[in-house]
Design a protein around this ligand. Structure first.
Ligand code: ACO
Length: 423
C-alpha cells in the first residue's frame, strides 16, 4: 500500500498522486493540480498551517510533550524558566546555560516607569486586567525600537528575554491597579513564581515570603500552560508574526486571542458553574440538565483530547497540595462529584468527554486568592514562552505571510445606483 493519496479531477479525468508526509499532504501539490479550487476548512479543523518541532500532542492517547519530554516529567522535575528555555532553544540547558538564562530574565523584570505611569495608570478604575495586559504588551513595542530588527539574532533574543521577564510585572501591575493597590516593584532576589506572588500580594512588609508550596504549585501551572502547539492564540502569534511585525505587537495579538472565553476563559466558566450548582445535592439535576441540552459541563471536553487531558491529571494532584496550605476550596467537592458522575455516564463517555486543564486550575487559582478576572492573565504569563518559541520557529522557517483564500458567496457584479434612485 502506498503512503500517498490520489486525487482525480472528474472534469478532466486527470489524476495526481500526493505523498503523505508526517501525516499530511502538501497543499502546494494539490493547488498546482487544481488551480482556483480551494480547500474549504473553516476553523482550520483539517489544516496543518506549519511544520513545528516544539510540542507533540496526541489527543487520542492523552500525550503531551515539549521538545520530546513528557509533560508529566517536566511538571514533576523541571521549572517554568527551564521549560521556557527548552521551548525556545530545543534542548534543556546545562547548569551554566540555565544560570545565564535565569540571570538575564531576572535582570529584565522591571518595566519603564512610563509604562506604569502613562499607560497602566491611564486606564479606567475598573479596567479588566487582561485588557490592560494586552494594551501594555503592545505599548512595549514603542519603548524598544530595536524590536523591529527581527532578523538580528541579538535583538531577537533581547526581546524574547524582555517579554518573558516583564509579563509577570505587567500582570501584577494590572491587578494592583484594578483593586486600587500601589504598584510593587520586582524583587530580583526571588525566583520567577515567588517574585510574581510578591508583586501580587505584598502590602507593607519589607520582603514578601511566598509559601513555597504555593510558589511551586504556580510554577507547575506555568509549566503546564507554557505551550499547546497550534491553538488559537499561538496561531494569532504566527499569523501576525508572518507579516514581520515586531514581537511585542505579535504577542499582544496572541494575548488578545487568549482573552476570549472560548480559549483563556474556560476556567472562569468552571468556577461560575460550580458556584451556580452550589451544593453536591444539586449535581445530579445539573448533569440531567446538561444531558437535556441545557448548557455544557464547563471544563469537560476538548477539540483535540479525546481522553483524559494529561494536564488535568497533574493539576488535580497540585490542587491537593495547594488546599493543604490554603484550606480546601469549598467548590472542590462539587467538582469531584461532577467528575465522578460524568465519568460513569454514557452521555459523556460515548462522546469521549473528559476533564480538561481548566476543570481544576480555576479552583487552585481561586484558593490562592486570585480574582476571576486574573485567570486569563495567569494563562498569558507562561504561554508567552510558547508564543515566542513559535514566532522564532516561524521566522527561522522563512515562513510566507499568512493569507488564506475565501469562497466568495456574495452578489454578482452590479452597477452603482445614486441614493435618490434607490428604492
Ligand atoms: N458538556 C456537555 N456536552 C458536551 C460538552 C460539554 N462540555 N462538550 C461537548 N459536548 C457534546 C456536544 O453537545 C456534542 O454532542 P452531540 O454530538 O450530541 O451534538 C458532542 O459532545 C461534540 O461536541 P462539539 O461541540 O462538536 O465538540 P468540539 O470539539 O467542537 O468542542 C469544546 C470542544 C469547545 C472544548 C467543548 O467540549 C466544550 O464546549 N467544552 C466546555 C468548555 C471548555 O471546557 N472549554 C475549554 C477547552 S480547553 C482550553 O481551551 C484550554
Amino acid at each position: 500500500m502506498a503512503d500517498s493519496i490520489t486525487i482525480t479531477d472528474n472534469r478532466t479525468g486527470e489524476s495526481v498522486e500526493i505523498p503523505i508526509t508526517n501525516g499530511g499532504v502538501a497543499a502546494a501539490d494539490w493547488s498546482k493540480f487544481l488551480p482556483g479550487v480551494w480547500f474549504y476548512d473553516p476553523g482550520f479543523m483539517s489544516t496543518a498551517a506549519c511544520e513545528s518541532a516544539i510540542t507533540y500532542l496526541d489527543g487520542e492517547a492523552g500525550i503531551l510533550r515539549y521538545r520530546g519530554y513528557p509533560i508529566e516529567q517536566l511538571a514533576e522535575r523541571s521549572s517554568y524558566l527551564e521549560v521556557a528555555y527548552l521551548l525556545l532553544h530545543g534542548d534543556l540547558p546545562t547548569a551554566d546555560q540555565f544560570e545565564a538564562w535565569r540571570h538575564e530574565i531576572t535582570m529584565h523584570t522591571f518595566i519603564h516607569e512610563n509604562v506604569r505611569k502613562r499607560f497602566l495608570e491611564g486606564f479606567h478604575y475598573d479596567a479588566h486586567p487582561m485588557g490592560m495586559l494586552v494594551s501594555a504588551v503592545a505599548a512595549l513595542s514603542t519603548f524598544y525600537l530595536d524590536a523591529k530588527e527581527i532578523f538580528d539574532p541579538a535583538s531577537r533574543n533581547k526581546q524574547i528575554i524582555r517579554l518573558i521577564a516583564k509579563m509577570p510585572t505587567l500582570a501584577a501591575a494590572a491587578h494592583r491597579f484594578s483593586v486600587g493597590m500601589p504598584f510593587v516593584y520586582p524583587d530580583n532576589s526571588l525566583d520567577f513564581a515567588s517574585n510574581f506572588l510578591s508583586m501580587m500580594w505584598k502590602v507593607a512588609e519589607p520582603r514578601f515570603e511566598a509559601d513555597p508550596v504555593l510558589s511551586r504549585a504556580l510554577d507547575v501551572l506555568f509549566i503546564l500552560h507554557a505551550d499547546h502547539e497550534q491553538n488559537c492564540s499561538t496561531t494569532a502569534m504566527r499569523v501576525v508574526g508572518s507579516s514581520h511585525a515586531d514581537p511585542y505587537s505579535a504577542t499582544a495579538a496572541a494575548a488578545a486571542a487568549l482573552y476570549g472565553p472560548r480559549h483563556g476563559g474556560a476556567n472562569e466558566a468552571v468556577i461560575k458553574m460550580l458556584t451556580e450548582i452550589g451544593s453536591i445535592d444539586n449535581v445530579p439535576d445539573f448533569i440531567a440538565g446538561v444531558k437535556a441540552g441545557n448548557g455544557r459541563l464547563q471544563g469537560f471536553g476538548h477539540r483535540v483530547y479525546k481522553s483524559y487531558d494529561p494536564r488535568a491529571k497533574i493539576i488535580k494532584h497540585t490542587a491537593d497540595q495547594v488546599f493543604e496550605v490554603t484550606g480546601k476550596n469549598p467548590l472542590l467537592d462539587i467538582a469531584l462529584k461532577l467528575e465522578e458522575i460524568a465519568l460513569s455516564d454514557e452521555y459523556f463517555t460515548s462522546r469521549r468527554l473528559y476533564p480538561n486543564v481548566d476543570f481544576y486550575s480555576g479552583l487552585i487559582y481561586q484558593a490562592m486568592g486570585f480574582p476571576l478576572e486574573m485567570f486569563p492573565v495567569l494563562f498569558a504569563i507562561p504561554r508567552t514562552a510558547g508564543w515566542l518559541a513559535h514566532w522564532q520557529e516561524m521566522l527561522d522557517q522563512d515562513s510566507k505571510i499568512a493569507r488564506p483564500r475565501q469562497l466568495y458567496i456574495g452578489t454578482e457584479p452590479r452597477d452603482y445606483v445614486g441614493i435618490d434612485a434607490r428604492s
